[in-house]
Design a protein around this ligand. Sequence first.
Ligand SMILES: *[C@@H]1O[C@H](CO)[C@@H](O)[C@H](O)[C@H]1NC(C)=O
Ligand SMILES: *[C@@H]1O[C@H](CO)[C@@H](O)[C@H](O)[C@H]1NC(C)=O
Length: 416
Amino acid sequence: YCHTTRAGCSPTPLPSSCCTCHGGEESDIKDEGGNEPVTEDDADPEDLEVFYPTDQWQTLRPGQAVPAGSHVRLNLQTGEREAKLGKVDVNANSFTSQELKKALAKMKESEKAREEEVRKKFRPIEQLKEEFEKLNMKMETDYEIMVKLISKFNSSASTLDEKVAALYDLEYYVHQVDNAKDFLSLGGLRLVIEGLNSSEATLKEHAAFVLGAALSSNPKVQIEAIEGGALQKLLVILATEQPLAVRKKALFALSSMLRHFPYAQQQFLKLGGLQVLRSLFRQKGMEPLHVRVITLLYDLIMEKDSQHGEQMEEKRQQYQQVRLVPAVLEQDWCAVGPRLLALPEHDSREKVLKLVAALMAVCRERYRGDPALGTALSLLRSEYEQLAAQEQQDGDMDGYFGELLGSINTIIQELR
Ligand SMILES: *[C@@H]1O[C@H](CO)[C@@H](O)[C@H](O)[C@H]1NC(C)=O
Ligand SMILES: *[C@@H]1O[C@H](CO)[C@@H](O)[C@H](O)[C@H]1NC(C)=O
């Protein structure tokens, strides 16, 4: 995919592409490097080969244009066509069909040899890519582009739209781990954390978007962000009256902040973060966030559970400090799963079923006392029995519906 329309791309002197605007991703080069399009205007008239006949026979190369009036013959020894000045007197009837066939075979052979020659003459694609990349680097690096975008965002002369556009573009760059580190050292991270308490909803939204992207699987950014107060600000957004779009991105950034970062998980619990998420189930209009929230909770539970074995001691201790279970009980998360089983989408249900199963040990008694859960599970069971049967008829023996049915049955069994 190309990014011609993105801000920060410089106009390119190459005929080929938009990809010269940044030096990053291989996918761009893959798409473009192989078949650099040559437009009509670029074709050099000198490249059209013209054969200049003399009074000697000379071999014609494929594609060569022969001036009218030249004398052309097929050399039966070599299979090549030859030409010289004079009038055309080739008469195909004077060859036997055997001779013609042989000559044709030889022509094909020499075509092949020529192809080989061409292949050798042109640089291999890998080398082209390399050169292309070097060229890109010289034009504008991701670093330089980020410098411009950050100053655009930070400038008091920029309009709101320009700031939003700058954030939108930054989000693309900070996905890359190295770019995110540069973003940090350039002071960009601090700016987007400040952006989280902008009075403009759209700036908050996009700042959270950039933050979430920069945080993804990037421990260095995670540490800097929590030290910069990002966690508190995200929780304030989630806890207060805000447009859904803003809270959605804040939840995204929060998830990126917490994943694989037990220290942040501890702080999150200490600051009452789980409570804030729980309150989203009591507010109107926040339904689109519900499945995301339970997915986050499920991931946190699984992450904590999987911290056995070869983990570093310090990290294991940190995970032990993440006291999820008391908070889950205290805030009655056991009631959340069962209610969401009524959602119509299969993949939402899948996520809810996973959480219900993951909380089984903690919530069993609560689940047993919930008649709505029993009803929901039997309804789902009969629905997925049918779908799984259909799936099997279609030849899919371990299909998606069969798997869902399996987890429903397991839950039902564990509740007996
Ligand atoms: C943002 O602008 C302020 C005021 O012009 C300046 O002091 C600060 O260094 C800038 N921050 C960054 C990261 O560019
Ligand atoms: C930004 O948020 C922090 C805490 O989240 C608050 O103390 C501060 O007053 C806010 N600043 C503005 C300008 O709203």
